[in-house]
Design a protein around this ligand. Structure first.
Ligand code: PMP
Length: 372
């Protein structure tokens, strides 16, 4: 009998592990691989965390999370999407990762299919596989990383359980516009398909950002504080949507995570008082800087949000071979194959100081010129 389960055997971390193995050999790299903001948690939120600890708010919270925080997030959702969730339809999770984990555990199993637009955030396919379901990839390369409604409809079968959306997207930075969302909603409505929408980058939008939840009711929204407030290590997020799903996720949370970190929950009550717009503007500037520095030598996607560029490797390279060469030249980027069934692109994250960005861009452009 084998020690480890077949379930865990279905997970494959070789792609990203290879990159980080290579990265270990680098000295003081220009690191464009990190998928998180470079700003620290705002002082007011840190102060709120310290005060939460000092005043003894250190115990378990209710499974679903602190009522005040859920009320606050319900108000945020109402102002952003127009949906007014009752308290029982809002669950505080341990990051969006926690929300994804609970939702997949509650929603998918052997025999189910989950439609995942490709490129995708790495965790999606692994969580679907972990639960014995089958990822069905919706290729978006020919559609500017948007969603082609005909292509989407052609993938829906009687086994389709849900569509997993991510806008703004990691790794492409693409935001799905209102027209695209309306087309997606119409198809999902026609076939009665649930949408799980990961909106962790909602606040990093450099163009209009609409939530599919505004348009489509049969939707589970996942959001979080990690990126918006530089709190990646604090493990805080939320899920809101249909009562039966939130209820099932809360039951699983009860026997797994128990609750999201209590100090982080109390501290997050201070989030609405903090103005993050300066950081968002900084990232818009970085996006433009990097976009302009690369656009003569590379084919780039539209980069409407988040803090990534998804870049086509130049003629003659695959994503993997280009990244290997970039790493030899001390620039750390991630091959697109980590996020995709294709191997033609690479992802870079522009949350680094501008001088580093420009140094990185210069090296990447030089490499592109070498081959051509
Ligand atoms: N979804 C996406 C698209 C992400 O990029 C990330 C983090 N890289 C997550 C979810 C997980 O975030 P959290 O820290 O909230 O678990």
């Amino acid at each position: 009998m084998s020690l480890l389960t077949k379930r865990v055997g279905r997970l494959d971390s070789s792609g990203i592990r290879k990159v980080f193995d290579l990265a270990r050999t680098m000295k003081d790299p220009i690191n464009l691989s990190i998928g998180q903001p470079d700003f620290d948690v705002p002082q007011a939120i840190k102060d709120a965390a310290v005060s939460a600890m000092d005043s003894g708010k250190n115990s378990y919270t209710p499974t679903n999370g602190l009522v005040e925080l859920r009320e606050q997030l319900i108000a945020d959702e109402k102002s952003f999407t127009g949906r007014d969730y009752p308290l029982e339809q809002m669950l505080i999770t341990s990051g969006v990762s926690g929300g994804l984990f609970l939702s997949m555990l509650a929603l998918v199993e052997e025999g189910d299919e989950v439609i995942i637009p490709d490129p995708y955030f790495v965790m999606y396919k692994h969580l679907v596989n972990l639960n014995g379901a089958t990822p069905v990839y919706l290729d978006t390369y020919e559609d500017g990383f948007g969603i082609n409604p005909d292509r989407l409809e052609s993938l829906i079968s009687d086994r389709t359980k849900l569509l997993l959306l991510n806008s703004p997207s990691n790794p492409t930075g693409r935001i799905l516009n209102r027209k695209e969302l309306e087309q997606i909603a119409a198809i999902c409505e026609k076939h009665n398909v649930l949408i799980v929408t990961d909106e962790i980058y909602r606040s990093f939008s450099y163009t209009e950002m609409v939530s599919i939840a505004e348009i489509y009711e049969n939707c589970l929204v996942l959001g979080g504080h990690s990126k918006a407030f530089g709190m990646t290590g604090w493990r805080l997020g939320y899920a809101c949507g249909p009562a039966a799903i939130i209820d099932a996720m809360a039951t699983v949370q009860q026997y797994s995570f128990v609750c999201a970190p209590s100090v982080a929950q109390t501290a997050a009550l201070a989030c609405p008082d903090v103005d993050m717009s300066g950081h968002i503007n900084d990232y818009r500037v970085k996006r433009d800087l990097m976009y302009n520095a690369l656009s003569d030598h590379f084919e780039l996607g539209s980069a409407d949000g988040a803090f990534y560029l998804f870049v086509k490797a130049p003629e003659g390279w695959t994503g993997d071979t280009f990244v290997e060469e970039a790493i030899k030249n001390n620039v750390l980027i991630i091959p697109g194959s980590v996020f995709s069934e294709r191997d033609s692109h690479f992802r870079l994250c522009y949350t680094v100081p501008n001088d580093k960005l420009l140094q990185g861009a210069e090296k990447l452009c030089k490499l592109a010129q070498q081959k051509s």
